[in-house]
Design a binder for this molecule. Structure first.
Ligand SMILES: NC(=O)c1ccc[n+]([C@@H]2O[C@H](COP(=O)([O-])OP(=O)(O)OC[C@H]3O[C@@H](n4cnc5c(N)ncnc54)[C@H](OP(=O)(O)O)[C@@H]3O)[C@@H](O)[C@H]2O)c1
Length: 314
């Protein structure tokens, strides 16, 4: 269960679940334009607002800018204020602070916004130091281009360095976005989750469904198509079936909640903010139903145990 938590930043107030938009406009990995189109995503966006989900996570690299453009278009069409988190990719040719400000302005243009609510460094890639990018974040904050600062895929030391640099200027590091789901619990073991919770840094859990695998719809006989098959191939799918069976079995105890809903709820019970990737209204309706209730402590423990068992065999 979640540790004693320090207060989180107001940007996350009353946010239990946000929508991940990597697949919005991404043809290569997710197949945008084939299985789902702009209109599907517009409908997802409208359903989100109608249901009170107003926090969207995107990145300049998603669909090479198309994710931000689609999100910006939908926001403009709605005329409503939503919370937008986007990300800066520290490509190896981006060597100066000014690169971040330039990239942020380009993101804002695609999004049609004056400022983003949360700006995150996507990966802690070298050669530029953590401190340099945080200095750039401070400048962007002073210019009013961002409202809060986050990081992504940072380890404990990198997070601490980011936090120290920001704190010297009176700015808080509000989040660290990392992979977290029943098949990847590294952050529980390496102390990152605990560190975040102790310092009021929101742990944003990406890929809470392990890229759709924890929904149970993919089996050794029916693996996902495309690049996901590399990581979640037939052998892996065979090994994790006991976990999928447990998720299905729990469904009966929770009013028919689906495996996807139970898997996402597990990340909420651990004190993180899940951002499932959603392409269709059907997926939205399911994933939306993953919040507003809680698994019993003993069921979280059962899932932990089964997750240990199956991941131990991978
Ligand atoms: N910071 C980073 O480095 C980083 C990395 C990865 C992701 N992210 C963020 O995290 C978000 C979510 O991660 P993700 O998209 O990798 O993985 P995810 O949320 O674990 O899986 C999303 C995929 O699962 C399937 N799905 C979603 N809901 C479903 C449901 N109810 N039933 C059945 N299938 C369902 C859909 O794909 P299919 O229908 O094709 O199966 C969907 O695209 C991204 O959009 C992005 O915002 C960040």
């Amino acid at each position: 269960m979640s540790e004693e938590s320090a207060a989180t930043h107001p940007v996350f107030e009353q946010v239990n679940l946000a929508v991940g938009t990597w697949a919005w406009g991404d043809r290569l990995f997710w197949g945008y334009g084939k299985e789902y189109q702009e209109e599907d995503l517009r409908q997802v966006f409208r359903h989100c607002l109608a249901s009170g989900i107003r926090f969207f996570d995107t990145a300049e690299v998603y669909g090479q800018g198309r994710s931000e453009s689609l999100l910006g278009k939908f926001i403009q069409e709605s005329g409503e204020r939503v919370t937008v988190a986007t990300k800066f990719m520290p490509y190896p040719w981006r060597l100066r602070k000014t690169a971040l400000l330039k990239a942020l302005r380009a993101s804002l243009k695609r999004l049609g916004l004056q400022a983003v609510d949360l700006y995150q460094i996507h990966w802690p890639y070298p050669p530029v130091t953590v401190e340099t990018w945080m200095d750039a974040m401070i400048e962007a904050h002073q210019e009013g281009l961002l409202r809060s600062v986050g990081v992504s895929n940072y380890d404990r030391q990198q997070m601490e360095r980011a936090q120290n640099t920001l704190t010297r200027k009176g700015i808080q590091l509000v989040s660290n976005q990392v992979e977290y789901h029943l098949l990847n619990r590294r952050i529980e073991r390496n102390g990152l989750l605990k560190q975040c919770q102790g310092q009021g840094i929101t742990l944003i859990a990406y890929s809470p469904l392990a890229q759709g695998i924890l929904s149970g719809k993919y089996t050794p006989e029916n693996p996902p198509s495309g690049p996901r098959r590399g990581r979640y191939g037939r052998r892996m799918l065979a090994v994790i079936q006991p976990l999928i069976r447990l998720l299905n079995k729990m469904s009966a105890d929770y009013d028919g909640k689906s495996p996807a809903q139970i898997a996402i709820n597990w990340t909420i019970c651990k004190g993180t903010l899940p951002i499932p990737g959603i392409k269709t209204v059907e997926q939205f309706e399911q994933d939306f139903g993953a919040q507003g209730w809680r698994l019993k402590e003993e069921d979280v423990a059962l899932l932990d145990e089964m997750s240990d068992q199956v991941t131990g065999k991978l």
